[in-house]
Ligand binder design. Sequence first.
Ligand SMILES: [Zn+2]
Length: 86
Amino acid sequence: MVGWIHQENIMKCVICKHGETSDGFATVTIERESLTFVVKLVPARVCSNCGEEYVEEHIAAELFKSAAEISKSGAELDVRNYLKAA
Ligand SMILES: [Zn+2]
């Protein structure tokens, strides 16, 4: 599961309150109408303790925008790598 953060560069995990976060990658799944949009290799900060993933708000906004566009085409499943799509 991915937590959407509202501040840049969160350092302490807000879920377990113990772990430090470090740079890593997350797989994000967005469901919108009939579309399931899966994006791999999304830059994220990952908690070293519980594994919670934090995606920055501007990246999340970008993913939701892509999902809206793909949804309009009537696709039901779209899987892509964030780094290649960018
Ligand atoms: Zn944690």
